[in-house]
Design a protein around this ligand. Structure first.
Ligand SMILES: [Zn+2]
Ligand SMILES: [Zn+2]
Length: 336
């Protein structure tokens, strides 16, 4: 009576399951960084995954962790795969026992003194796998400028999954988007914190959020310039933290200066913001003689603490946008 079951068990020993993974409506495949510190989820265009990505190495768009291509299933895929394998296994064993029991019952002679019958409860169970469903589409589509792989993320990404390339242009535009998002959401954060932890903490947090926008912007611009400037040779350390120094370097490299893209007022305003960043980082925001001399800011006297307003962040973003676009175009025209 266990013949069917034993036969099925023998077959199962040699079976391997594959659980298909569906792609989303845009044709993207879900992936997840296998590094436990990171677990960043992203998507890769399915054609690019099979045609451009290599088996030996895939890179995480967020942390640049590197691993062979079969390490990038999402945790959800893995869980789904396990439960599907169990369901199919259970189904096949159940069905084998059921058909064994039916055969046993048929073999019982009607005239015998004792009659036995076996029953395996429940109907036939499924033995096919259900594919893993695709996660919701992601909004930010990126195409690698080096290998043309298309991928999608939530928030931001620094590296191409297919070639590990770090795009300075992409990183810079992501950084500016992050600053814009912080500035735009400060009131939502304030409201949420006021009702949950009180006015004082809400005010401290929001002020700090706005102030960090300035250093985010200065650092993003510095990194962007360093990346773009690389083909022209090494720049002195932190040169692009100083507007005049940076502008002179660019003039030597591409014959353009910051005042080609910014009005005198915009440039002066940006100089004040760069000095505000410096004093926030090194003097807790307290105005000193050095700040007054370098920034030309007439609003404050020595010993006051600077205030960073939403307008400051708008001015910063607008100036960094203009400089970023100008530099990009100038470097491209040199390449051509
Ligand atoms: Zn990662
Ligand atoms: Zn790439």
């Amino acid at each position: 009576m266990f013949k069917d079951l034993l036969k099925e068990m023998e077959k199962l020993k040699k079976t391997s399951f594959s659980v298909p993974i569906e792609i989303d409506e845009k044709g993207y495949l879900d992936r997840q960084c296998p590094s436990e510190e990171c677990l960043f989820q992203f998507k890769v265009n399915q054609d690019d995954w099979s045609e451009i990505c290599k088996d030996e190495a895939i890179w995480c768009p967020l942390c640049r962790h590197e691993a062979p291509s079969d390490h990038w299933y999402t945790l959800e895929h893995i869980e789904h795969g396990k439960s599907e394998a169990m369901a199919v296994l259970e189904g096949r064993i159940h069905n084998a026992m059921k058909s064994g029991a039916q055969k046993f019952n048929r073999s019982q002679s009607k005239n015998s003194f004792i009659s036995m019958s076996l029953e395996v409860k429940g109907g036939k169970k499924r033995t096919h796998v259900i594919p893993a469903r695709a996660a919701e589409e992601m909004q930010l589509d990126i195409q690698c400028e080096a290998c043309m792989t298309r991928f999608a993320v939530i928030g931001s990404a620094y590296f191409c999954p297919a070639c590990g390339h770090n795009s300075v242009l992409q990183t810079y535009s992501d950084s500016l988007r992050k600053i814009r998002a912080k500035k735009n959401n400060v009131e939502t954060v304030r409201e949420a914190l006021t009702s949950s932890v009180g006015k004082d903490d809400a005010e401290l947090t929001c002020r700090s959020l706005i102030e960090t926008c300035i250093s985010d912007g200065v650092v993003a611009f510095q990194k962007y310039c360093e990346g773009l400037y690389a083909p022209f040779g090494p720049a002195p350390r932190n040169a692009f933290q100083r507007l005049k120094h940076g502008s002179d370097l660019w003039f030597k490299a591409v014959q353009k200066k910051y005042d080609d893209w910014l009005s005198p007022d915009e440039l002066l305003g940006l100089a004040v913001l760069f000095q505000k960043r410096h004093i926030l980082a090194h003097n807790e925001g307290i105005v000193d003689a050095d700040y007054l001399k370098k920034s030309g800011d007439t609003v404050y006297r020595e010993g006051q603490r600077i205030v960073v307003s939403e307008r400051d962040i708008n001015d910063l973003l607008s100036a960094l946008d203009k400089l970023g676009n100008g530099l990009k175009a100038a470097c491209q025209s040199i390449e051509d």
